[in-house]
Unconditional design. Structure first.
Length: 297
């Protein structure tokens, strides 16, 4: 697939009949799927689950792939979430992927550095386990409403924290699940950030944002009035042609999987309308349809 070195796909909630969901949306042209779990895997038989979801594109003669497995909980305080990270590492190969994504976790309501000893205690063995299986770990850059000094769920939401995390977990198997939206919520410019960190980006969530600069100028960011909206790609402020160009210059070969369910307009009955529009927009930003070069003697 000479032009699909970067696949364009979407997130699929693992607990909501994922195989049937994939079967219904596959004809729209999604090329990859991140299977996501909220907090726990539960009693799910991952081997059987892999066969079910992989069987859908196979039956349709489609080359769509599972890009990654994601689990989003707090593994620093929830032993079950930490254990499920390990289960997904062990199972990744069954899904034909080598990537497990999620939050780092956090010691609740303590400054970011206070979580680092526990981060190393929990993820040190998980990183070794991943290395031994040829699997990579990618931490999402979502703040989950937290700040540097306070919050829950995740400390991997700012570049300074990334440096601390990578210093604690020194491994080529540890990287980022990055998206511009979360940085824009913090009023950070995503493109220069991506240029610096592209080599550590293993997976991209396709989610953008619209920043209301007029509200910020008049009200600041603590007035309670919304100053930013999460958007699907193609409806926000970011030019994804630039993002894909930077990723390619950084030798990124992976997936941009659309993270839906956040857009204030394309939601509910319009959810898949917005996602398919975002899918086609991202394919155009990738360069459109592949055109082979002429062969001359």
């Amino acid at each position: 697939m000479p032009h699909e070195d970067i696949r364009i796909g979407t997130l699929v909630k693992a607990e909501q009949n994922a195989a049937e969901y994939i079967r219904q949306i596959l004809p729209h042209g999604f090329e990859s799927f991140e299977l996501v779990f909220w907090r726990h895997v539960g009693e799910l038989d991952l081997g059987r689950f892999a066969d079910e979801v992989l069987g859908v594109p196979a039956a349709a003669g489609n080359t769509a792939a599972i890009s990654s497995l994601g689990i989003y909980g707090n593994p620093l305080t929830d032993d079950a979430t930490a254990a499920d990270f390990g289960r997904l590492i062990d199972a990744a190969g069954r899904f034909g992927c080598d990537l497990v994504c999620g939050f780092t976790g956090r010691i609740p309501n303590r400054p970011v550095p206070d979580s680092l000893p526990r981060l190393k205690e929990v993820f040190g063995p998980l990183v070794k386990r991943a290395e031994g299986r040829g699997v990579r770990l990618a931490f999402e850059n979502c703040d989950m409403g937290g700040t540097w000094d306070w919050g829950d769920w995740n400390i991997a939401h700012a570049p300074t924290a990334w440096e601390m995390i990578f210093n604690e977990l020194q491994s080529d198997a540890v990287g980022l699940e990055w998206e511009p939206c979360h940085q824009m919520v913090s009023l950070a410019e995503p493109l220069p950030q991506l240029r610096k960190w592209a080599g550590k980006v293993f997976h991209v969530h396709g989610k953008d944002a619209t920043v209301l600069h007029d509200v910020i100028r008049c009200q600041g960011i603590r007035s309670g009035e919304p100053y930013v909206y999460h958007r699907l790609p193609g409806f926000g402020d970011t030019d994804w042609t630039d993002i894909i160009s930077i990723l390619r210059q950084g030798n990124f070969h992976g997936s941009i999987d659309i993270e839906g369910w956040h857009d204030p307009v394309y939601r509910d009955r319009l959810e898949m309308t917005g996602q398919v529009r975002a899918l086609n927009y991202l394919k155009q930003c990738r360069g459109g349809s592949f055109v082979d070069n002429p062969v001359v003697d």
